[in-house]
Design a protein around this ligand. Structure first.
Ligand code: KIV
Length: 275
């Protein structure tokens, strides 16, 4: 008897082949309930280190660990069958050397079962990308606004607005594509630059605050469902108000527990049927 499902997961090479054919649709997920709901609609689910801020209420993304990210990615992989699962390598787990990156990325993929890692960094990390790809680890590069570099960037600021900065980010994209990254996330970057990169590299670009012309789009799920609290970036759009629905549900629960209308004997065990 086969233990394999008939549903095939979208692979990294398939996503690369979307370029010029169809858009890559992606959202983040860190936990099973969202992953289950997203799977049918997403080409790629990103287990982003944004969970540090969104899920753990930290000030930035720097403090999340490899083990935490691997646990989140494992939950998402176990709860999905279709979407390609990409997991963020956290701050400090890959910047030191290609060897360090390989050790941590291999651990991440083998523990979680995810399909690819994502690393933040441009030209200076191209050697690391090449090292990982040559050893069987697919890499999604992330350039432009890189939240892990918030201290050197002076905060979460749009990137590539001046000529020099734009030229540097353009080179980052070329270097990562040449090094074997299967795709490039462009975050918080001048629209014209993101568009130019998209039309200049052979691999798909996935925009977040970049350009409508990117080959795909990614957002933080909680941002589009009104679950992120007050910190919603300009580039997100609220597509539903899940906060209101949850509040309604928990308020009804609290009311019924307090007024004694929940639970009833129907919710209890060992109660005689006609008793
Ligand atoms: O961590 C994350 O969720 C990300 C996306 C915002 C691209 O890197």
């Amino acid at each position: 008897m086969s233990v394999h499902s008939d549903i095939k997961r979208i692979t990294v090479p398939q996503l690369t082949a979307y370029k010029g054919q169809k858009k890559i649709v992606s959202l983040t997920s860190y936990i099973a309930p969202f992953a289950r709901l997203l799977d049918e609609y997403m080409d790629m689910i990103l287990v982003g280190d944004s969970t540090a801020m969104v899920g753990y209420n930290m000030e930035d993304t720097l403090s999340i660990t490899v083990e935490q990210m691997a646990a989140h990615a494992k939950a998402v992989v176990r709860s999905t069958q279709r979407a390609c699962i990409v997991v963020d390598m956290p701050f400090g787990s890959y910047q030191e050397s290609p060897e360090q990156a390989f050790r941590n990325a291999a651990h991440m993929l083998s523990v979680s079962g995810a399909d690819s890692v994502k690393i933040e960094g441009g030209a200076y990390l191209a050697e690391t990308t090449r090292f990982l790809v040559d050893r069987g680890i697919p890499v999604l590069a992330h350039i432009g606004l890189m939240p892990q570099y918030m201290h050197t960037m002076g905060g979460f600021k749009a990137q590539g607005l001046g000529e020099e900065a734009a030229a540097r980010i353009f080179d980052d994209a070329l270097a990562q594509a040449q090094a074997g990254a299967w795709g490039i996330v462009i975050e918080g970057t001048a629209e014209a630059l993101a568009r130019r990169i998209t039309h200049s590299v052979k691999v798909p670009t996935i925009g977040i605050g970049a350009s409508p012309e990117c080959d795909g789009q990614v957002l933080v799920t909680e941002d589009i469902l009104n679950l992120s609290g007050p910190r919603i970036p300009k580039f997100a759009k609220q597509f539903a108000d899940v906060q209101a629905t949850i509040k309604q549900g928990v308020e009804a629960y609290a009311t019924q527990v307090r007024d004694g209308s929940f639970p009833t004997l129907d919710n209890c065990f060992g109660v005689p049927k006609n008793g």
